[in-house]
Design a protein. Structure first.
Length: 758
């Protein structure tokens, strides 16, 4: 009885067949001492049977850096070899010691379709011909084996070797090379084609795979039959034993002539059948089994055995295990196999307090995940506790009301928990819905990005008693999450020029037109949005900004006396050990319409560099509904110290109409250290008096600047004891206009506008 049929009977009786890694198309299988290797169109997989663990190798993991579409795979010369669409790779059987082998020549020379080893050489079938490679020397040699008047024989497809011969498949026939002679000698090669061994009605004999066994050589052909050339290549399985040939194709009963592979075990041969549809797409046609003792054949389809697909791409069996590689993963009866745990992290997730101490989670679906793990913490660091969700969108009720929690999410299945989502999100668990949503849109992977910015923004909001939910930018519009659910949205862009895209801009536009309140901060924003004709409209209509300087290259900003941050000291951000990360390319912009400047870049000409922040209240787009906006041209989370960042959040909340106590959060009265009183008279003609007070002894600098940022006068620069003082500004030589008086002592900076009228 055929070994395979015994497995079928076992399966029908309720055996232990498994369907694993269903998202992969498995195109080749090879057994090593410690497990199995699998080729796929997206790299290679290895299953360690001792550790019962899967490993992935492709471009994403850094093992195949140019192309990971594996066309062929073999274990030879003590290593695993992979043929790809650009060169070859090899590694040790335990997955270590990866090497890339690039053939001389162009792309087509490196389109490797098959190989095998004979002695110490690797024989390589490439799209442009035959090559040999000596690993010890790292040398390639190319050979032109095309026959006159048959250029298709120069397109090699597959290689198989035995003790004294190398069989070379081409797009029209097969060469048998006698290794006792030089490969460059045409006498060393015997050709088998249509009419010389291959009894076929095909116009071409396109050889797809060759297998050498003790019972002879087996050739699997392609079945490429375009509608305008129905006899182009009709495929079939051909067997050569000595001088005898036998064929299995459509002419003697096969449902298809295409052969993916030929696998030998004992006195049985197994071949994967396929046929082309419209000469382009192939469809599986089951597994052909041939008993070499009597040449009898049978085709097993999805109706005959456990794999519920006819798309069989690879096959391996031994005395105990059967492995069937298909377009939809691996089918096996091997008891030691476990499924692969999820290898991808969720791209995004969201957390939403829905009241009653319950939190709703919405997590991006992950391949192979049958459930989802959410790790949570109250200190944003430990994440020792976790809960399991049965679906990517689910709720949990194990939280304490009035507590702030932080979360990370991952997919899981019976084989373990996969990688966690990069984003660390948080929310305030209360008895009612939270009014604020923090959106983590800083998605660029870089050393400076720890993906924990919701923590910093959330702490500032919590210091004013404002509860918040959080979401990755990719979660917007997914499931039940909408910006319109929130009175205020805090959009964290970091320094990512892709933190706004078509989806997020549409969501923001809709939100602002509906009367929403948006706080958005980050650098690189205008650099991305100003680059196309469509995006400047979004800038000016919804961000109320016109790009002025795409890199201001400065890391302190000055609050304007008439701006929303009036009373806050000089703001430092994005540079130094205290900053969350080092910032590059802060945005400078001009406010549009009735939007007002809130911050200027320190010691930069505002006419050239623009504003560092703006604020606006009014309608957006074509709507008559009043919304509100605060936009910072640098990342808010990099402001330091925490007390200053909190003070800024208080000013933002105050602008949005929330009732907040601005001075209580910074830890001290913002005006306690020094004060710059309004000058008198103001407006003035020629001379005005500047009044200021000092709470602590130290040096005080007072200077006057034009609106263009040019210093026009220095009023004082000396040490002062605590007390109240005055200095005069004589502007007789200056033209009429608005001037900025700036007082600086230590890290504190104050400004006032002065109007000179002549």
């Amino acid at each position: 009885v055929c070994l395979l049929l015994m497995f079928v009977t076992f399966c029908r009786a309720g055996g232990t067949w498994k369907h694993l890694v269903p998202q992969y198309s498995l195109t080749a299988i090879a057994a090593s001492e410690d497990g199995y290797w699998f080729a796929t169109p997206s790299g290679a997989l290895r299953y360690d049977t001792l550790a019962q663990r899967w490993h992935r190798y492709n471009k994403d993991t850094g093992h195949m850096n140019q192309n990971h579409n594996v066309n062929a795979m073999k274990i030879m010369l003590g290593r695993v070899w992979f043929a790809t669409n650009y060169g070859m790779y090899s590694c040790s059987t335990d997955g270590s010691g990866w090497k890339q082998h690039i053939l001389p020549g162009d792309y087509f020379s490196n389109w490797v379709r098959g190989f095998d080893a004979h002695g110490s050489k690797v024989y390589i079938a490439a799209f442009t011909g035959l090559h040999t490679y000596t690993p010890s020397e790292g040398e390639f040699t190319a050979y032109d084996i095309a026959l006159p008047d048959n250029y298709q024989t120069g397109y090699t497809t597959c290689i198989a070797a035995d003790d004294s011969l190398v069989w070379i498949g081409t797009d029209d026939g097969v060469f048998r090379y006698d290794t006792a002679l030089p490969l460059s000698d045409p006498e060393s090669r015997e050709y088998f084609g249509k009419g010389s061994g291959f009894d076929t009605a095909s116009d071409l004999v396109m050889c797809r795979t060759i297998t050498v066994t003790e019972q002879g050589v087996w050739f699997g052909l392609d079945e490429y039959t375009p509608s305008d050339a129905p006899n182009y290549c009709r495929g079939g399985l051909f067997h050569k034993q000595g001088e005898l040939w036998k064929k299995y194709d459509r002419s003697n009963g096969l449902p298809a002539g295409g052969i993916h592979f030929v696998h030998a075990y004992g006195d049985k041969m197994y071949a994967g059948l396929f046929h082309y549809v419209n000469g382009v797409d192939f469809r599986g046609a089951g597994l052909l089994t041939v008993d070499t003792a009597d040449a009898s054949a049978r085709v097993l389809s999805a109706d005959d055995w456990f794999p519920d697909t006819d798309d069989i791409r690879a096959f391996y069996c031994n005395a105990g295990d059967t492995l069937v590689g298909t377009e939809t993963g691996l089918f096996t009866n091997a008891a030691q196999f476990r499924d692969m745990k999820p290898y991808q992290a969720p791209a995004w997730f969201s957390v939403r307090n829905i009241g009653g101490a319950r939190v709703e989670f919405n997590i991006d679906t992950v391949a192979l995940a049958t459930a989802y793990t959410v790790y949570y913490s109250t200190d944003e660091r430990s994440f020792r506790d976790s809960l399991v969700l049965s679906a990517p969108r689910d709720t949990a009720e194990i939280f304490s009301a009035g507590q702030r929690y932080y979360f990370r999410a991952a997919g899981m299945n019976g084989s373990g928990v996969g990688k966690r989502c990069n984003d660390v999100l948080g929310c305030t668990v209360t008895d009612s819905a939270n009014p604020v949503l923090i959106v983590q849109a800083f998605e660029k992977t870089m050393p400076e990005n720890d993906f924990s910015h919701v923590v910093r923004h959330g702490k500032a909001l919590s210091s004013y008693g404002k509860g918040y939910d959080a979401a990755s930018a990719g979660a917007i519009g997914k499931g039940s999450l909408s910006l319109r659910q929130y009175d205020m949205v805090d959009w964290v862009s970091g320094m990512d020029n892709k933190s706004l895209n078509d989806v997020s801009m549409t969501a923001i536009s809709d939100y602002l037109e509906s009367g929403g309140k948006l706080f958005i901060s980050g650098s690189h924003l205008l650099e991305n949005l100003a680059g196309t004709a469509a995006y400047p409209s979004f800038n000016e209509t919804y961000l109320k900004a016109r790009a002025k300087k795409l890199n201001t290259d400065t890391y302190t900003v000055i609050p304007l006396q008439d701006g929303i941050f009036n009373g806050v000291e000089t703001i430092a951000y994005g540079e130094g050990e205290e900053a969350a990360y080092s910032v590059s390319r802060p945005d400078g912009f001009s406010p549009v319409g009735s939007a007002g400047s809130s911050l200027f870049y320190h010691e930069k000409d505002s006419s050239s560099y623009g504003s560092a922040a703006l604020h606006y209240t009014g309608p957006f787009g074509s709507s008559d509904t009043v919304g509100a906006l605060v936009y910072l041209g640098f990342p808010y989370e990099t402001v330091y110290p925490d007390s200053l960042r909190n003070a800024m959040m208080g000013c933002i909340l105050d602008h949005f109409g929330y009732d907040v106590a601005l001075t209580s959060v910074a830890g001290t009265d913002l005006l306690e250290e020094c004060d710059l009183a309004p000058n008198y008279p103001n407006p003035f003609n020629a001379v005005t008096t500047v009044r200021f007070s000092v709470a602590r002894s130290g040096r005080v600098d007072i200077a006057v600047f034009s609106l263009a940022g040019e210093k026009v006068a220095e009023l004082t620069r000396k040490h002062y004891e605590p007390g109240e003082y005055t200095v005069n500004f004589d502007a007789g030589q200056y033209p009429s206009g608005i001037y900025i008086c700036r007082l600086r002592t230590g890290a504190t900076l104050r400004t006032r506008k002065m109007l000179l009228v002549k």
